[in-house]
Design a protein around this ligand. Structure first.
Ligand code: ZN
Length: 133
């Protein structure tokens, strides 16, 4: 059902500044920078083995991730697990009474995504992704 860690999400104030460390200094290969209007964020994906580092910069002040950045500062925000079938994964989590943020998948940068509430996952915000194609 779950195949691998798709990416680790790191929330930052300024993607350009963060790329100086993650891309230029650490040497991770920059895949792309994309806007995700649904989630009001700009994200950069950097390849790391079979997974990615996702730098996330909020583009509005009133989203959950903007408030997280305000309250907690920059740092690891979520871990994303790739799944084959996101509806099946959500149904299974609901059957186990795990608290979800999204009961229905929404459109992410690279496919449909849904978030598990940190209260349901021992303090970790987990994103599920089902890739297109
Ligand atoms: Zn993510």
């Amino acid at each position: 059902m779950s195949t691998k860690i798709d990416h680790i999400g790191i929330v930052v104030h300024d993607i350009r500044q963060a790329l100086k460390v993650y891309h230029q200094a650490l040497g991770l290969s920059l895949q792309e920078i994309v806007e995700v209007p649904d989630q009001q964020v700009r994200v950069a994906f950097l390849l790391l083995g079979e997974s990615n580092v996702e730098l996330v910069q909020p583009t509005s002040d009133d989203t959950g991730i903007a408030k997280f950045l305000d309250r907690r500062g920059e740092g690891i925000h979520h871990i994303c697990v790739e799944v084959d079938d996101i509806e099946a994964a959500l149904a299974r989590l609901e059957a186990h009474e795990v608290q979800l943020i999204d009961k229905v998948p929404r459109q992410g940068a690279h496919g449909r995504v849904a978030f598990i509430h940190p209260k349901g996952a021992h303090g970790v915000l987990i994103e599920l992704v089902e890739h297109e194609g």
